[in-house]
Design a protein around this ligand. Structure first.
Ligand SMILES: [Zn+2]
Length: 275
């Protein structure tokens, strides 16, 4: 609080050149409570700049409130998306701090921020499980083998080994969508991606036998393509209300509020997070 008073009373000798991230967080809380963003013009960017590289570091999640309060839309988006990707949930479906078993405290975050991150995480996982379900269904169909000129028995073997290999791999990693749709997924999106994008699936398929002439049918390539497409289409951990508030906060510290590039198709798809 003494920093705020020093600025307000123009006692510049008492204004620090640099501050810790925790101090920036408390300043953001005070600026929010008393609508003081305009007082911090000329200071806040210089104070925050040394902390830019820590934005996704474990233990620096306070950055989200700082970015929100001071209208730093790019930083907010980066950290919110990062948390949607890396947060686990506990058995009560509470969002956990990355690298710990401790749940986040909602008061340390902007209103609705945790809700939107949580909802985005759930969307990511649902999209990945849906993709797995579609791929397994595809492998049970007649077009799974991509070599139509191959003899029917060979096509059957090709499809069977791909199907078996994939399902076995998923069960081994507790990722079979047949089981997972009916219970909460506590792992982070990134942990699930690590399994789906691992080369170990190739090893499992290779152990199932030679696929001479059917390399193009390999389900690990198909899975990789489908998973990458899902990742490319991941919605952002934002909604219209958060974007509007970030822009408002930005304008309150004299930054242009006309920077509308943040709102793109991926954000708009996430509108139903708006509560
Ligand atoms: Zn084939």
């Amino acid at each position: 609080m003494h920093i705020i008073l020093s600025i307000a009373h123009l006692t510049t000798a008492n204004i620090p050149q640099s501050i810790r991230l925790e101090t920036a967080f408390f300043l953001a809380r005070i600026a929010q409570r008393y609508d003081l963003n305009h007082l911090l013009i000329g200071y806040i960017d210089a104070w925050i700049r040394p902390h830019n590289n820590s934005i996704t570091k474990i233990g620096c999640e306070q950055w989200l409130y700082i970015a929100w309060q001071f209208g730093l839309d790019v930083y907010y988006t980066k950290l919110a998306n990062h948390l949607a990707l890396h947060c686990q949930v506990d058995e009560h479906n509470a969002l956990l701090k990355p690298g710990s078993e401790e749940a986040f405290t909602a008061d340390d975050f902007p209103p609705r921020a945790l809700f939107v991150i949580h909802a985005t995480r759930t969307k990511h996982i649902t999209a990945l499980l849906d993709t797995l379900t579609h791929l397994i269904t595809h492998l049970l169909g007649p077009s799974a083998c991509k070599i139509p000129t191959s003899p029917a028995p060979d096509r059957e073997i090709c499809t069977a080994r791909n199907n078996h290999g994939l399902q076995r791999y998923l069960v081994q990693h507790d990722l079979s969508p047949l089981h997972m749709h009916n219970r909460p997924v506590t792992r982070s999106v990134q942990e699930i991606l690590d399994v789906l994008q691992s080369t170990k699936l190739s090893d499992v398929l290779r152990r199932a036998g030679d696929d001479a002439g059917h390399e193009a049918c390999r389900v690990d390539d198909e899975l990789g393509t489908r998973v990458n497409k899902v990742v490319e289409e991941f919605v952002w951990a934002l909604d219209r209300g958060l974007v509007a508030q970030i822009k408002w906060n930005s304008a309150r510290r004299g930054m242009s509020s006309g920077r509308g590039n943040l709102v793109n198709a991926r954000l708009m798809e996430n509108e139903d997070c708006y509560a």
